[in-house]
Design a protein around this ligand. Structure first.
Ligand SMILES: N[C@@H](CCC(=O)OP(=O)(O)O)C(=O)O
Length: 343
């Protein structure tokens, strides 16, 4: 029988201490993955290249150029550390540096898939990271939370674990919320706004991606590697915040649409347009209040309410640039009802 896929994402803050890769944490990742390898096909998505490499760049201020250079320095250091600590468990690792087109282009995604399958057959664990060295602002993933979600949705993972610097989603008193049944507006409001000094994502990003993953039937857990046996406990829901998978049946086309939507831009709609798509009507450009990012006709984009909470995804009939021209906007159908998936 085919093993279920498990995607575990480690944020920069969760695997580094004072800019250095924390070897104690990497050893823990290795030990716990070794215990899970017989049960799961594992993908590790690891940040930390920039954090590990930036110390070698004098007067580092975090410009995009410096981040790219720091990633080029830090990625091999990161992989060397991972390999060193997995070796005693007789597990070899493979590096997978990903770019957006590896997911937006179906053919390239299928290549990636077959490579991972070959690795798993040989008991090798792929370690994915964004290929920062060649990613400019237009091409980049928003962060590795997005990359991990793309991989989880694309591979139909059973679980998606996000390791972060706090032990889960916290309530106002700072206590971990153990269970989120549906990642809705109220749940998203729980996300604390601040991010760690070294990471890109933050809790809002994790919950937004947890929302998409759970809508696609994947269980998502937000936890910390500071918790003893953090990964092993997160999988069985004994630590962190568990976001339950939704029971809806999602066709593979709609899964593809949903994962594709992570790639392109987003439109925010007024109330009338949101209501119309809920009633299974086509989306007219007149209801668009804001366009975030860019997409072309045929690409998939996200549809959000005024607060940026994603309500649906759809395949565009026109380029986003057309929407910017308000004089021509009124009569244009942006997406056909059949090409809209409500989340
Ligand atoms: N690709 C970058 C990580 C970017 C990123 O998403 O960071 P984080 O929010 O810490 O997961 C790196 O390896 O440093």
């Amino acid at each position: 029988m085919k093993k279920p896929v498990l995607v575990i994402k480690f944020g920069s803050a969760s695997i580094t201490t004072e800019g250095e890769i924390d070897e104690r944490i990497v050893l823990e990742i290795a030990r716990q993955c070794a215990a899970l390898q017989a049960t799961y096909n594992i993908v590790l998505v690891s940040s930390g290249a920039v954090a590990a490499g930036r110390q070698f760049i004098p007067r580092y201020t975090g410009t995009l150029e410096q981040r790219k250079a720091a990633a080029a320095i830090g990625n091999p250091l990161l992989m060397r550390t991972y390999s060193t600590y997995f070796k005693p468990f007789r597990i070899a690792l493979a590096q997978s540096l990903c770019e957006r087109h590896h997911f937006s282009n179906r053919g390239q995604f299928l290549q990636l898939k077959s490579t991972y399958e070959t690795l798993w057959k040989n008991n090798i664990i792929p370690v994915a990271n964004e290929n920062d060295v060649v990613s400019n602002m237009e091409l980049k993933f928003s962060d590795n939370d997005e990359l991990a979600t793309l991989i989880a949705v694309g591979f139909g993972a059973e679980q998606l674990l996000f390791s972060t610097s706090v032990p889960g989603v916290l309530d106002e008193k700072g206590n971990v919320i153990p269970l989120i049944e549906v990642v809705d507006k109220d749940a998203l409001a729980l996300a604390r706004k601040e991010k760690s000094a070294v990471g890109l994502g933050g809790m809002t990003s994790k919950l937004n991606f947890a929302r998409l993953a759970t809508q696609m039937g994947i269980k998502a857990v937000i936890f910390s590697m500071q918790t003893p046996d953090g990964i092993l406990k997160a999988i069985v829901g004994e630590t962190g915040t568990v976001c339950l998978p939704q029971k809806k049946k999602v066709s593979s086309r709609n899964k593809w649409l949903a994962s594709g939507s992570l790639i392109a831009g987003m439109v925010k709609l007024d109330q009338g347009a949101l209501k119309a798509i809920e009633q299974r009507k086509s989306l007219l450009a007149v209801g668009v209040t804001e366009v975030v990012g860019e997409f072309e006709a045929g690409e998939v984009f996200q549809i959000a309410d005024k607060d940026g909470i994603v309500q649906a995804v759809a395949k565009a009939k026109v380029d986003s640039i057309v929407l910017m021209k308000s004089d021509t906007k009124k009569n244009i159908a942006l997406a056909h009802a059949d090409d809209i998936v409500l989340l």
